[in-house]
Design a protein around this ligand. Sequence first.
Ligand SMILES: [Zn+2]
Length: 185
Amino acid sequence: MPWLRGNLHAHTTWSDGVKNANQLIAAYEALGYDFLAITDHENWVDDGYWQALPRLASKLLLFHGVELNWPRFDQHIGKVIGDRETLHVLNHPARYQLSVAQTVERIRRIRAGGLDLDAIEVTETGQRRPIYESAEIPLVKIATDDAHGPIHFGQAWIEVDAPRKRDAIIRAIRAGEFRLGFATD
Ligand SMILES: [Zn+2]
């Protein structure tokens, strides 16, 4: 089975991205990716977003998604929606300048608040932040480029050992059956 390359965190002009969804998709098709999640900010989107997402056409396997704002403190959480499975990601801890201990505490508080996180980004808009690869953090460690504009496109990605189906990819990520890629390596 070939490894599937994808980005699980990307923004469009539906929120603060600079490319519209079709332009974003075309950029990742040109990079040779296999899958892409569109995850605009929940406080920017409305019903029109959720109605428009299924109409997008692409050679890529597309995931619908959204970036949530945790209501009790400043923390973005990526929600990547499969067919039956949903992946929740603690996004860019580097942006909040969290220590490993603070990250672990955040995960505990979010889980206590009823949201079961699956993964954590070890990147900040595509830049590797190795501190969050710590084994003390009880989540699988993924990389995304948090694409807002072309400067981010293709900076960091995940390669998953799974069949080309949304739920299979999410389950493989949960199981740790993936590797990370960074443009700077
Ligand atoms: Zn984002």
